[in-house]
Design a protein around this ligand. Structure first.
Ligand code: CMC
Length: 430
């Protein structure tokens, strides 16, 4: 791809020196100043949290927060959520194109054949305390996969990378369901190949030896949508973590474990859990007005509202809202106290000038939290579901990075503000 624009940014220093920096062009989105030559004048840039820095060239996901756009490989998220299924989206993210019928069948068969985990892994999992947070289990067990699948760890071998990607995509839901079963004290349920990816996950979560689980198509579709909507989100904190870990040549299982660790934080993957806790704290529809007043008085924030990037409605939230209403209707939960209160909160926030002026719309996590709760998934599993969905994004971004000829070990610089050089003082003289 030709990225040249013939445009140049000229940097003039106070000592009169100048430096010409090329301006690069992407397919969509703002142009980017190439600052790689800045070192030649002995300078670095300062950009904490990388708000103005492109860390890589990527062809996977495009976001325009002001316009409320999210595209995977060029396809708008709304179209994918409406017409596609999760594994088709995985193929798109990983390989760049939607599969034709034959490719799709082959991809599904590859993933299905990898859903079981090495039996020894169950013993490894049994070493955790029963009350371990399922995200702690995920970080540990997904990282441990590298000790079980030695035959696909050569990251310079494209075939190994494909096998590892398929293994991760197939095994992460199995491990997630095992983490849940372990937590609630029920026996692990082996995957069943007759089910689709999402049906199989719900089956491993909710089936017991005493009661067979029959997947409900509306709930399957709802979870399918949650997975599609969370599959990738360009260079966010966990994805950047995966890329940075991978830039050292670390194996993909270890890299994805680092992504899961980054996702665990409440500022990233924990928002739908926080939204649900807030609803429980409000407790009753009669307290909504009082709670909203507290938000306006800046005592606390409304969880599940607002977004750092999307300043118009989050396109994922529009889809999730529709799904949320569908699920509540299917499960006849419209009159449930918690959901009634959630809908009242949504109505209040959408009509109140405080929220309208600040463009604070309900975000995807507000609705996905409600849907997950309605499906019966416990709150401490919400971030785990996010990790199941995001695994394909992490793997696709990792794969793109490893194949990139410009890739080097990541190494941010710093502005040092510590002590200047000083000499060691023996302890009796300090
Ligand atoms: N409730 C009440 N007021 C808010 C909220 C909120 N959730 N979010 C922002 N504001 C107000 C804020 O007080 C400020 O008001 P003022 O101009 O009077 O000072 C104004 O809106 C702008 O706030 P900001 O802090 O500049 O906004 P931001 O873009 O930095 O914050 C955010 C983004 C997501 C951190 C924030 O909206 C928030 O804390 N939301 C609640 C937590 C949440 O739901 N997070 C999940 C986001 S989606 C996750 C994902 O996509 O992975």
């Amino acid at each position: 791809m030709n990225m040249e624009t013939n445009r140049i940014a000229t940097l003039t220093l106070d000592d009169g020196r100048t430096l010409e920096l090329p301006i690069l062009k992407g397919t969509l989105g703002p142009d980017v100043i190439d600052i790689r030559n800045l070192g030649k004048v002995g300078l670095f840039t300062y950009d904490p949290a990388f708000f103005s820095t492109s860390s890589c060239i990527s062809e996977i996901t495009f976001i325009d927060g002001d316009e409320g756009l999210l595209y995977y490989r060029g396809y708008p998220i709304e179209q994918l959520a409406e017409n596609s299924d999760f594994l088709e989206v995985c193929h798109l993210l990983l390989n760049g194109e939607l599969p034709d019928a034959e490719q799709k069948a082959e991809f599904i068969s590859n993933i299905t054949r990898h859903t079981m985990v090495h039996d020894q892994l169950a013993r490894f999992l049994n070493g955790f305390r029963r009350d371990a947070h399922p995200m702690a289990v995920m970080v540990g067990v997904v990282g441990a996969l590298s000790a079980f699948y030695h035959d696909s760890l050569d990251i310079n071998n494209p075939q190994h990378r494909v096998v590892s990607a398929h293994r991760l995509l197939a095994k992460v839901p199995t491990i997630a369901a095992m983490a849940y079963k372990y937590n609630v004290g029920e026996p692990f349920v082996y995957p069943k190949n007759k089910f689709s990816y999402v049906e199989n996950f719900l089956y491993m979560m909710f089936s017991t030896p005493a009661e067979e689980y029959v997947p409900n198509p509306i709930l399957v579709r709802a979870l399918e949508r949650i997975l599609i909507l969370h599959a990738d989100h360009e260079q966010n904190a966990s994805t950047s973590t995966v890329r940075l870990a991978g830039s050292s040549g670390a194996n993909p299982f270890a890299c994805i474990a680092s992504g899961i660790a980054a996702l665990w934080g409440p500022a990233h993957g924990g928002a739908n859990e926080a939204a649900l806790k807030m609803l429980e704290e409000i407790g009753d529809v009669s307290r909504v007005a009082e709670y909203v007043q507290g938000v306006k008085d800046k005592k606390y924030r409304l969880m599940g509202f607002g977004h750092r990037v999307y300043k118009n409605m989050d396109p994922r939230a529009k889809v999730m809202r529709e799904t949320c209403y569908e699920v509540l209707k299917e499960l006849k939960l419209e009159n449930n106290k918690l959901f009634e209160l959630a809908m009242e909160l949504e109505k209040t926030a959408l009509n109140d000038p405080y929220f309208i002026e600040r463009k604070l719309y309900p975000n995807v996590d507000f609705y996905s939290g409600i849907v997950l709760r309605a499906i019966g998934i416990p709150t401490n599993m919400f971030t785990v579901i996010f990790a199941v969905a995001r695994t394909i994004g992490w793997v696709s971004q990792w794969n793109e990075m490893v194949a990139d000829v410009e890739q080097k070990i990541g190494r941010p610089r710093q502005l040092y503000r510590g002590a200047e050089r000083r000499d060691f003082v023996p302890v009796n003289k300090r």
